[in-house]
Design a protein around this ligand. Structure first.
Ligand code: ATP
Ligand code: MG
Length: 265
């Protein structure tokens, strides 16, 4: 029997769509990504993409509609799904934070007792308030949470923040971090050996893309007499080839992107 494709759910449109598609492409997975498409099978790897709303992805995985998926940790935590995190992906970084109007004199969490908090994350917020023994009224709204204090719907909000510019434009100040989040690859636990084999191949590529992103490949020509100096600076550098003119050599090295290292004066 032919093994079926591994099904991966990714966000259809929104902040995680582009980096998720880019990650798969960097893994050398070729597929069509027309906006009207709900699913797309890769041409060169046994995987099929399902394009969905991010909030639905954990449930689809639990129901077996998709095998794996890419979501923010915030969405996974809010869903209560049993899908397991198998790899952190390093993009979509943000935090779920509490924010008050700038006129609110905030000192500590106790200031929130008896207040109305608007959020799209009632489960995470409920657990956070309970753990900190705060009794507040949670108002669940699905979007534009940042306008809730301005229209008199809430005293405080709990929403996703990255740069903080949305809070600032709405006259709000960030006062507490409830959870930090980034995009993660999640999976159903019981994929079976065939699908697990495909997942292992995918994970190998994802990790290679990540490692490549953290390194720079350096290739340079140098006079032979400076080779020893380079060897001292970069002991693992590989002397590739003698090049013309005869007194020159090519040197190859892999160095961390952040600090490429000095290979000469
Ligand atoms: P969908 O239509 O798929 O439900 P959405 O509107 O819920 O989309 P987006 O705003 O596209 O979601 O955000 C998707 C994810 O991106 C968030 O769940 C979060 O993990 C991450 N993210 C990173 N930075 C931010 C930010 N500043 N605001 C909101 N989400 C962010
Ligand atoms: Mg959503």
């Amino acid at each position: 029997m032919r093994v079926r494709n591994l099904k991966i759910a990714i966000q259809r449109s929104g902040r995680l769509n582009e980096p998720s598609v880019e990650l798969l492409r960097k893994c050398d997975i070729a597929f069509d990504n027309g906006l009207a498409k709900l699913r797309s099978a890769a041409y060169n790897f046994p995987i099929e993409m399902l394009f969905l709303r991010d909030d639905d992805i954990p449930q689809y995985i639990e129901d077996g509609v998709a095998d794996i998926g890419i979501v923010g940790e915030n969405v996974l935590a809010e869903s209560g799904s049993k899908a397991a995190v198998i790899e952190k992906l390093g993009f979509g970084r943000c935090r779920l934070a509490l924010a008050t109007p700038r006129t609110f004199e905030y000192t500590n969490l106790e200031c929130l007792n008896g207040r109305r908090v608007a959020t799209s994350y009632p489960n995470i917020l409920g657990r956070f308030l309970e753990a900190n023994r705060i009794t507040a009224e949670i108002h669940t709204i699905s979007g534009s949470v940042e306008i809730a204090p301005g229209i008199g719907l809430a005293d405080v909000i709990c929403d996703l923040v990255s740069s903080g510019s949305t809070l600032f434009t709405n006259g709000l100040q960030e006062v507490e971090t409830v959870m930090a989040s980034e995009a993660v690859l999640i999976s159903r636990g019981d994929l079976g050996s065939d699908l697990n084999g495909i997942l292992e191949r995918l994970l190998f590529r994802v990790r290679a893309v990540h490692a490549a992103g953290q390194n720079k490949y350096i290739l340079l020509n140098t006079p032979n007499e400076r080779l020893e100096e380079i060897r001292q600076l970069r002991p693992a550098a590989f002397r590739a080839l003698p090049v013309a003119p005869d007194d020159q050599a090519a040197v190859a090295d892999l160095a961390p992107s952040e600090r490429p290292g000095r290979m000469g004066r």
